[in-house]
Design a protein around this ligand. Structure first.
Ligand SMILES: Cc1cc2nc3c(=O)[nH]c(=O)nc-3n(C[C@H](O)[C@H](O)[C@H](O)COP(=O)(O)O)c2cc1C
Length: 172
């Protein structure tokens, strides 16, 4: 018999979702005093090609998103496989997440991490409630990617590297 939604426990949900691999991005913005802020997000997704829209989900518990939401602008930085330490820093609440991280401003002034494989410069389009998360739909104003390098992947609760990878996409 199919379980009803109210029968699915958070533990059960987590134990099944851990089979779904995700990339990891850092959603980041710059405060009016110039201070960069950000958090690690695995729920980043391409939403629309024309117009260009992306999306991600942020937990109500996030302490950084409430700083970014009122500004309405942010970058999405796709992490490379050797950026696990960066990911761990941005996946924690508090602390100086940008310590040792070099970055430069995007065209709209949000942080582009120097080691990012790809980045998107965004403004919020629509933000809606989605259970214990918020769904952030965003307009993409600019974007860029490196020609080579593997993404960091998260699956089964651990960081992983893609094994089978085309020669032409390997770093020289
Ligand atoms: C691989 C990975 C993926 C994550 N994906 C999300 C996500 O999609 N949405 C979210 O709100 N938090 C996600 N998190 C958790 C946040 O990064 C974490 O809660 C962080 O402490 C939030 O920081 P903040 O309190 O400064 O906002 C993820 C963490 C990891 C390690």
């Amino acid at each position: 018999m199919t379980a009803m939604a109210e029968d699915v426990t958070p533990d059960q949900f987590r134990s099944v979702m851990r089979h779904v691999p995700t990339g990891v991005v850092v959603v980041a913005s710059t405060m009016p005093d110039g201070q960069p802020v950000g958090l690690a997000v695995g729920s980043f997704v391409s939403v629309s090609l024309n117009p260009p829209l992306v999306g991600f989900f942020v937990a109500h518990a996030s302490t950084t998103w409430p700083l970014i939401e009122p500004l309405g602008r942010f970058t999405v930085n796709v992490l490379a496989e050797d950026d696990e330490a960066t990911c761990r820093a941005f996946a924690m609440s508090g602390g100086d997440k940008f310590a040792g991280v070099t970055w430069h401003p995007s065209p709209t002034g949000s942080p582009v991490l120097d080691t990012a494989l790809a980045w998107f410069d965004c403004t919020a389009n629509t933000i809606s409630d989605a259970g214990d998360h918020r769904f952030v739909l965003a307009d993409v104003h600019d974007l860029s990617a490196r020609s080579a390098g593997r993404p960091l992947v998260f699956c089964h609760g651990v960081y992983q590297r893609l094994g089978d990878w085309p020669q032409e996409l390997r770093k020289g």
